[in-house]
Design a protein around this ligand. Structure first.
Ligand SMILES: [Mn+2]
Length: 430
């Protein structure tokens, strides 16, 4: 991950393109400039196509696109050289560059109009990227995993943000669903190579880690995963809250399909759509108040097939007990969506979030638990609800989120390596 991924919605046009292209623009051959033109605003592109239709009737828009793509391929060597000189880490707008292959893609979802309390998580992606400034590939060796995820087998790139409307949540949900489906359906970068890798085959998919955004972004992610894998996915959900709430709990009188889609109901919707593997899913870090005068919310949560681990449980069974309970429930082969609400961490350590709940885990405990579950078959992940407006000057919340993403990336890369490759006997590093 790199900080400072240009924000497409707010930056001047010239800065909308990835730095590695714009920085070298003056030196680049004709094909690169054409590439820039293709990514210009639609009106200009249409005008360009119109001009070509007049003056070059034999060249269609489709041919033009083919030409650009093939030229880009021819220039691969030069691009590699430029990357060696100028690019420490990769950031590409993957949604508009399907030719860019990756194994793990970081995708921002700047969306927060489905929250019940404090807004602001739409600025989460930029805050987490800024907090990841000191994460570089040349200083990325993770001692707990005995490997550097950025220099191992996987191609890891920052895919930029999904453009998401703040005006219509139904449209926003569609935008996110289609973006996750598109990115998750790309061919992965890795093909062939060292025999130390397993599970490499034509069914292999790239993995996405979403930077939220409020927690509702998990619904479109699960919808996309269901289409990509063709079956329900287990959910490991770190959160102070259940997020399996029946939308009717908010209001029985004033409802619409759009209003049902919130950051507290997305797993209820996903469960009812059959997207979540009932019986293999887990909540961890719970400490929320629940509705009504009894256990109705828990009963409904049981119906949806979640195991509940509370924040307090860590005092009784320790981080290793939490790890063991998660692994016993999910196993290491079940395809799993890892969803981390930053409010699982105590607001004293991570105050920059929308619905803070006192009494959470420490950042260290959360990191330790994540390390302990490195063997899970995580097929997608998110880190959500980082709202920098409520963070402190030291960026504690965003720093925690950036570190969690690094740990998730590490585990995703490490899991594909045979255990014997990693000579770590330090089991206490769980
Ligand atoms: Mn949540």
């Amino acid at each position: 991950m790199l900080p400072g991924e240009p924000d497409d919605l707010r930056q001047p046009k010239q800065q909308r393109f990835p730095t590695e292209f714009s920085a070298g623009h003056a030196k680049l051959p004709r094909s690169k400039r054409q590439e820039g033109m293709v990514r210009s605003p639609p009106a200009f592109y249409i005008f360009l196509v119109f001009l070509r239709a007049i003056f070059l009737p034999s060249v269609s828009a489709h041919d033009h696109q083919e030409e650009v793509l093939s030229s880009a391929h021819v220039d691969e060597k030069e691009r590699d050289e430029l990357r060696d000189r100028w690019g420490f880490d990769r950031h590409v707008k993957c949604l508009t560059h399907p030719e860019e292959r990756f194994d793990i893609g970081i995708i921002g979802a700047p969306f927060d109009t489905a929250v019940t309390y404090r807004p602001g998580a739409r600025f989460g992606p930029r805050a987490i990227r800024a907090a990841s400034s000191r994460q570089t590939s040349f200083r990325g060796f993770n001692t707990r995993a005995s490997m550097n995820p950025y220099t191992s087998w996987a191609t890891i790139i920052d895919c930029g943000d999904i453009p998401i409307t703040p005006f219509d949540n139904a449209v926003a949900l569609t935008q996110m669903s289609e973006a996750f489906l598109q990115l998750g359906s790309y061919l992965p970068a890795y093909a062939g190579g060292p025999h130390t890798l397993r599970d490499i085959g034509k069914d292999r998919k790239p993995k996405l880690i979403t930077l939220g955004g409020d927690h509702s972004v998990a619904l479109p992610a699960l919808r996309a995963l269901n289409k990509i894998y063709g079956h329900p996915i287990a959910v490991l959900h770190f959160d102070a809250h259940l997020d399996t709430w029946d939308p009717a709990a908010y209001s029985k009188s004033w409802r619409s399909q759009t209003s049902d889609f919130t950051h507290g109901s997305m797993f209820w919707i996903a469960s009812n759509e059959g997207l979540i593997l009932n019986g293999s899913s887990v909540h961890a870090g719970l400490r929320t108040r629940i509705g009504g005068d009894g256990w109705d919310d828990y009963d409904d949560d049981d119906r949806q097939g979640f195991l509940r681990l509370s924040s307090d449980d860590i005092d009784e069974i320790g981080p290793n007990g939490i790890i063991e309970a998660i692994l016993a429930r999910i196993g290491t082969e079940t395809p799993t969506y890892l969803s981390i609400d930053i409010d699982v961490i105590d607001p004293g350590l991570a105050p920059g979030t929308g619905t803070p709940e006192p009494g959470g885990w420490t950042t260290r405990e959360m990191i330790r638990i994540l390390r302990g579950i490195e063997g899970l078959n995580v097929v997608g992940a998110d880190i959500v609800e980082v709202a920098p407006a409520y963070d402190n000057r030291g960026e504690s919340t965003a720093l925690a989120a950036a570190q969690l993403v690094y740990e998730v990336i590490t585990s995703m890369v490490k899991r594909e390596l045979k255990p014997r490759v990693v000579k770590s006997s330090r089991k206490d590093e769980l």
